[in-house]
Design a protein around this ligand. Structure first.
Ligand SMILES: Cc1ncc(C[n+]2csc(CCOP(=O)(O)OP(=O)(O)O)c2C)c(N)n1
Ligand SMILES: [Mg+2]
Length: 561
């Protein structure tokens, strides 16, 4: 016990969280939250938890989201009162929609200072409604008869974040954010007793529920949206069903991946004959999948993944998980899809050098071969070759994160099946927080022993939107990360809007394309990142396959078209 009830309550809450399996705590500085921050720092010294410090709460929130995406364990964020707390909202919304467990620990003024014009006091209880699975405005420490003011909150918060029944509207079994609002009175903290400590409990496990048993009969496809993961591939494999796996699904691998799926879904004689769809994850990348999920003549079974039930046709069945009845697979149906798929494979690798030409005795043939070789090496990169180079350089021990720029759609269209751990914030497909999320993924994967590199592929505006995430404390372990920015001078995704055909060009440029002249190299230098500007495939391949020891930005200029 100290002479500060706030310090005692904070210390016991942090110990409870560690005891319930919480491993990572992201902290933003502030006075009202000092007891929480100091208790976390203390436990980090003891090696019970890992602490990460980010001055910008929006960055802190997305960093926590990245850590929790990677570990699937709730990650706590600590911040002070006022606008600090509000900056956690974007990451909270994304976490809610993509089913990622977060614990928001916001320090607050005590009730007598709320609503009376006191400094840095606002209405924090309910701030994250309706994007949290559970929220609680805790009692002020020192006011509970018999003490133990925040006892039990940790265990309840962790369980709710992992998917236990919580708020009436929350879908059972789906992970998500939880908000503990923590009011404190002075003295806001005190030195913790030296004996203060905690033991690290086992990581919490997700709620499990009985699977839906799928009978063999109907002509079926498996759709893997964002974060579907290996379960989608497994289901397609067991059922011998074609696998339509978005590039952000983490399931674009295995024998039954359908390449060029958009075209085949449009094909009446193939996509038009689908009778049943099993959806895992959150599909967002194609019009064709959306159209399929809206068909009311198709039986759709959606495995729950985020805070909202997927139900676009009004009669989609929700399932906690799915398994397949034993029996003979429909080889004919699968064969039709596999033949269509093999006709859609795209080869973007540079063609092999013409050895014969290069060694020909005829000088004219030799000259042409050399010229062709040089042209290939100097050819400027386009979006297709950029994503292809990254995909080829990335292996199962690496991590890959896509921002919500054009490049993710290009990747979805052209890349082949390969087992890669892919992340993206497709819960709401925001362009915010991409770099912060990726640093969280990098930190967590390295801490858990992954030997690889985390790569982020994003556009220039998404990069500039999250430039604050480049700021790194000098005393934290450097993540191995490559941020690959496809710079086309603005938001070219909007050039494809229908209105682009009719609205004045200058207006379109100003309010959609939003041109900028930011010098990415200067930003990289200012924040202490290595920087390379790369214009050819050969140079990109080299940068992606060289050893990475820290934080790198790779800028690739791209044409607007
Ligand atoms: C937080 C947020 N604000 C706005 C948008 C709308 N939006 C979608 S893409 C985009 C532009 C992306 O530009 P860039 O990252 O350069 O990618 P490009 O389109 O050029 O490939 C914007 C503003 C969004 N998705 N999220
Ligand atoms: Mg751009």
């Amino acid at each position: 016990m100290t002479s500060s009830p706030a310090a005692d309550a904070a210390a016991s809450l942090l110990a409870d969280l560690a005891g319930n399996g919480i491993r990572d705590v992201v902290i933003s500085p502030g006075s009202r939250s000092q007891a929480l921050a100091l208790a976390a720092a203390h436990l980090a010294h003891q090696g019970v938890i890992r602490v990460h410090v980010r001055i910008d709460e929006r960055v802190a929130g997305f960093t926590a989201l990245g850590i929790a995406r990677e570990t699937r364990v709730p990650t706590a964020v600590i911040c002070t009162s006022g606008t600090a707390a509000a900056n956690l909202l974007p990451a909270t919304m994304e976490a809610f929609h993509s089913g990622v467990p977060l614990l928001l620990l916001t320090a607050d003024r005590p009730p007598e200072l709320r609503g009376v014009g006191a400094n840095q006091a606002t209405i924090q209880p309910g701030l994250f409604d309706p994007f949290v699975r559970w929220q609680h405005d805790a009692p002020v420490p020192g006011t509970t008869p018999g003490g133990g003011d925040w006892d039990g909150l940790g265990v309840q918060a962790v369980a709710a974040a992992m998917g236990a029944d919580a708020a009436p509207a929350a879908i059972p079994g789906v992970a998500g954010p939880v908000h503990l609002n923590l009011p404190m009175r002075e003295p806001l903290s005190n030195a913790l007793p030296v004996e203060y400590g905690a033991s690290a409990g086992a990581a919490p496990t997700p709620e499990s529920a009985a699977p839906v048993m799928l009978e063999r009969g109907p002509r079926t496809v498996v759709i893997a949206g964002a974060d579907a993961g290996a379960a989608a591939e497994e289901l397609s494999h067991t059922g011998s069903w074609p696998l339509i796996a978005e590039i952000v699904s983490g399931a674009r691998f295995g024998r039954y991946v359908v390449h060029g799926y958009r075209e085949h879904l449009r094909d009446e004689s193939l996509g038009g004959r689908i009778e049943r769809v099993i959806v895992l994850g959150h599909p967002t990348l194609s019009r064709e999948v959306t159209a399929l999920l809206r068909r009311d003549d198709v039986d759709i079974v959606a495995v729950r993944s985020g805070g909202e039930e997927l139900n676009m046709n009004g009669r989609t069945r929700a399932a906690a998980s799915a398994s397949v009845e034993p029996g003979a697979p429909d080889r004919e149906w699968l064969g039709e899809w596999m033949r269509a798929s093999s006709g859609s494979l795209i080869d973007l690798s540079e063609s092999a050098p013409d050895h014969e030409g290069l060694h020909s005795a005829d000088p004219a043939i030799r000259r042409d071969a050399v010229r062709a070789e040089l042209d290939a090496v100097r050819r400027p990169l386009d979006r297709e070759r950029l994503v292809d180079a990254v995909w080829r350089a990335t292996w199962p021990h690496d991590r890959l994160m896509f921002g919500s720029s054009r490049l993710v759609r290009v990747a979805d269209t052209v890349l082949r099946g390969k087992k890669v751990s892919v992340h993206s914030n497709r819960g709401l497909a925001g362009i915010d927080g991409t770099v912060a999320t990726a640093t969280g993924i990098a930190i967590a994967s390295q801490a858990e022993g992954a030997a690889g590199v985390t790569r982020v592929v994003l556009g220039d505006l998404a990069f500039l939107h999250d430039v604050g995430a480049l700021l790194f404390p000098p005393d934290e372990q450097e993540p191995r990360i490559q941020v690959i920015v496809g710079n086309d001078g603005g938001g070219t995704i909007f050039d494809g809007l229908e209105v682009a055909a009719s609205a004045p060009r200058a207006d379109l440029d100003r309010v959609f394309y939003t041109p900028h002249t930011a010098q990415i190299e200067q930003l990289a230098r200012a924040y202490g990142w290595e920087y390379q500007r790369i214009t050819t495939r050969a140079a990109l391949d080299q940068a992606l396959t060289s050893p990475v020891t820290g934080r790198q930005i790779i800028e690739v200029p791209l044409p607007r078209g």
